[in-house]
Ligand binder design. Sequence first.
Ligand code: ADP
Length: 450
Amino acid sequence: MLKRVLIANRGEIALRIQRACRLLGIESVQIHSQADRAAPYVRTADHALCIGPAQASESYLHARRIVEAARLMEADAIHPGYGFLSENASFADAVEEAGLVFVGPSGDAIRTMGDKIAAKAAMKAAGVPCVPGGEGAIDDEAQALRLAEAVGYPVILKAAGGGGGRGMRVVRAPADMSEALATTREEAARAFGNPAVYLEKFLQAPRHVEIQVLADEHGNAVWLGDRDCSLQRRHQKVVEEAPAPGIDRALVADIGERCAAACRAMAYRGAGTFEFLYEDGRFYFIEMNTRVQVEHPVTECVTGIDIVAWQLRIAGGERLSFAQGDVRPVGHAIECRINAEDGFTFVPGPGRIERWHVPGGPGIRVDTHVESGYVVPPNYDSMIGKIIASGSSRQEAIARMRAALDEAVVDGIAVNLPLHREIMADDGFAEGGVGIHYLEHWLERRRHGG
Ligand code: ADP
């Protein structure tokens, strides 16, 4: 069992990790930037240490300083949370080289999954279905044209090292290939330091459905059900839910089993998420996230399994204490991401929160680091919390979410509560199973008063 864990993150996930530490009797060391020194979770941690100025590159992204802080504070492990250094293979290596435990998979596993060509190859080998396309990087235009012809237009060119929805270009006709290939390559080299580009079929109106996994270092791996995260804007998830509505459970189970098998085949360790596009009754792997995700609470709500506590237990060498047959998701859960931004223009609105009232009642969970008087710094991601509603059915979860959103009060800054209230009242959302372009189209119609 770990004794003292350094939390290399901020905001709601820092508090979430702190809570898991407390539950397990592990001491927490909260590092923070100067901008976060007054944050409530800095006060509540067992130990806190300021490691640099507000700028992330000088604090939360400063790998060497973080490892030094862990040594200085005599932590035995580092939990990276999500974002920042959580999927940085060299950081994971540096942590292990310093004799500390990285709460996550090995640097090599992160490296493989961070290269989308390698990740796809690994998934294919493990029997996980992928989007039809080439096996490796594109060498030249002629090859790209041949491949595109084989899978059928439209196709999408993607940077192997891409992330955050960048480094992708849709090609609708052969005449556009040459320029698209050159631009994507150039962008890939510049933004990700890796010019490798691959090609796959562009799915027209898929859903985003993902599988949560947990794997220990003793060869055990389980999948914890699925999540639907199709409500997105600019590839940023806005609302997530578990399970994905209207998908044949036998099909989900087949995919879930394959994901767990892939973990065993890779000797994967920790929590992870296999992301898929789902269209016309089929799943297509797009990428794996080798860390805890923002939307993990919906899975916790329907399975009763504490994912963050298990990350820590697995990092401490424990075996999973349950088998696949013990994972039985019950009911439905929905998460709304609360952002400090205008809900419709998406303009960020940092500043002081004058009043913060958190909703409650049956089936409501709020994960947030914010309180009245908290100042949202302008330096980081705009997410200030998550409201999670669960119920015995999807309908009940939606009804509870509506009530919770009505009850929530945030004064002093712009927040996207009005957007969530409208989404929860939308007929298309209520029906379930909308695609990844639904929200953008909906926002477009709304802008034009339609
Ligand atoms: P990133 O690592 O940048 O998030 P992903 O591979 O996860 O990149 O893709 C991000 C998003 O791009 C997906 O959620 C989906 O909306 C879109 N996308 C990616 N590949 C395809 C595809 N083959 N067909 C249609 N849309 C795609």
